[in-house]
Design a protein around this ligand. Sequence first.
Ligand code: ZN
Length: 297
Amino acid sequence: MGNQCPPRIAKKCVTCNSVTIRRSPALLMPFIAERVFGWTPTEITSDWGLRDIKLGHAYSICNTLKCDNCGLIFLDIRFDDSEMDALYAGYRGDEYNTLRDQYEPGYTANNQWRNEKGFTHIPIVESYIASHIRSPEKILDWGGDTGMNTPFKGRTATHHIFDISDKPPIEGARRVTKVEAKGNKYDLITLMHVLEHIPYPQNTLNDITDIMGRETVLYIELPYEDIIRLNPDPSSSPYRQKHHWHEHINFYTEPSIMSLLKSCGLLKIDLSILKISSQITSSGGGYIYSALCRLDE
Ligand SMILES: [Zn+2]
């Protein structure tokens, strides 16, 4: 059998591979639907002449999925590589912001801080990492954009970035390819606010473990989404309250993070929940998961 395309609609959990999945109807937010698929909202009127369809506004529908094994809540649609490119090329650039403002008025103004100051919680992250490992000398920031948010920036001998963005990196940082990255021995690889956007997080982690050596520590940071945090009892089925999907397509629980690490041959050093001041979750909350891990040998 040749290489198979990953399925368009997830049939199993993307972190623990369980097939015990629950479903609930939801909307794919119109900005994402237009940017990825070219689908725009429409209004069904009597002119359409549809006998069995109710009149009204029509948006792109999808399903919210919930894994009964690890609790991951996720969008059923899994974008392919070209669709991810369509969504993230020129991320938060002029064209992106114009379309987003059209559907979500005020978006650009409300997110200007991201471009200007970057994350404000990095000192908390640095303290967290420093409390578990010795000071890193060689860092790779996977998905690190310009390197503005890389922990310990300006204080390491090597600051490499792997990212689909083509923005020029900040002073002292250098963009590398996967092949170049593999030729380096990093003390620390950071993967911050990436895996909530990624259709197949195991693939990304497998790419990263390919680069890691025995001494390399991986720092993973993910939003602790409010719907997960405020519904700690998994039997309360918070997935039924998740009615819309935007950029974050995976809402992680602690068991889903642990399953993901295990399925990719990674061993936890620590997994903590940190409170930060940045609005980091999809509903504007300020809690993150911080995980440190290494290869399980
Ligand atoms: Zn699962």
